[in-house]
Design a protein. Structure first.
Length: 292
């Protein structure tokens, strides 16, 4: 005898069918029917589970003190990717504002959302590496949790990879159609444009916006480069390009960098110093033949 069983005497098949539909709604289970001479035996069997579609795209969001932005970002991505099977992996560096609690609240309602809380480990680049390596989607994107990256770029970025064969697509503020007006003040504008120019010259990287923190790539290529990546600093895009053993087919698409709504910028002197150290290390490696 199974867990749930009821016997219903039915006068005709129509009544039996109606009862089956009602039972399915009430119990949320598959109902099997067995006929006897004058009665109908209904038996509940295996529960029906809703199978989550395997994600095509994983969006990796490193975050620190972004509690106010999480729900807004999730809603915006859900709207922008209505035609794509996606997941979001938040990687939180033990934020004191309890960002992880908001992430868990979202994840409890939507299985496409996951959160990784890191204790004793910090840094944007290492957070991205950890997030990407926890994914199994064929494509992954990296974007900030501060709402300054335009989620509407995700679909055209994915199209460049899936339809036009690019390995890496960068959302650029400095190609035709791009805009960096969301940067706060003259100082950040100077650092962004100056840093991009400096990086291009020293590392011979043919990107208009090598300082971008918003990009998408084939996960398998990232996995191959991961063991060579430094995982230090904030400019994970440069780390990926410089660590790849294969030449990457790269495309830049225009994006509008939006003003920050909540929280504070993470850009400080330490970030700039780490960038300079990274560029110097990559320059030496290139001179010694480590970078093609």
């Amino acid at each position: 005898m199974t867990k749930h069983m009821s016997i219903l005497t039915c006068s005709n098949q129509k009544t039996a069918t109606s009862f089956r539909l009602i039972s399915k709604k009430l119990f949320g289970k598959r109902v099997e029917m067995f006929h006897s001479k004058n009665s109908l035996l209904l038996t509940d069997t295996t529960p029906v589970y809703t199978k989550r579609e395997s994600p095509q795209l994983s969006i990796i969001v490193p975050c620190y003190n972004e509690a106010e932005n999480i729900k807004i970002l999730v809603s915006a991505i859900d709207k922008a990717l209505s035609s794509v099977a996606w997941e979001i992996i938040f990687v939180d560096d033990n934020s004191p504002d309890n960002t992880i609690d908001v992430i868990r609240e979202c994840a409890a309602r939507d299985p496409r959302i996951r959160g990784i809380r890191r204790v004793g480990r910090k840094g944007l680049s290492s957070a991205v590496i950890e997030g990407v390596l926890s994914s199994s989607a064929p494509f992954a994107a990296v974007m900030d949790g501060d709402l300054q990256h335009d989620e509407c770029c995700l679909v055209p970025m994915l199209r460049e990879i899936t339809e036009h064969g690019y390995d890496l697509v960068v959302a650029s503020r400095y190609v035709v159609g791009g805009d960096d007006n969301g940067l706060d003040g003259i100082w950040r504008h100077f650092l962004s444009k100056g840093g991009s120019s400096f990086t291009r010259r020293l590392l011979s990287i043919q990107l208009q916006d090598p300082m971008s923190g918003f990009f998408m790539f084939k996960r398998v290529l990232f996995e191959k480069a991961a063991t060579q990546m430094s995982g230090a600093g904030f400019k994970i895009l440069l780390d990926l390009i410089c660590s790849s053993s294969l030449p990457l087919k790269i495309k830049e698409v225009p994006t509008t960098f939006k003003p920050r709504r909540y929280g504070e910028s993470k850009l400080d002197f330490g970030v700039i110093l780490n960038l300079l150290k990274f560029i110097a290390r990559m320059k030496v490696k290139k001179v010694l033949g480590g970078i093609s």
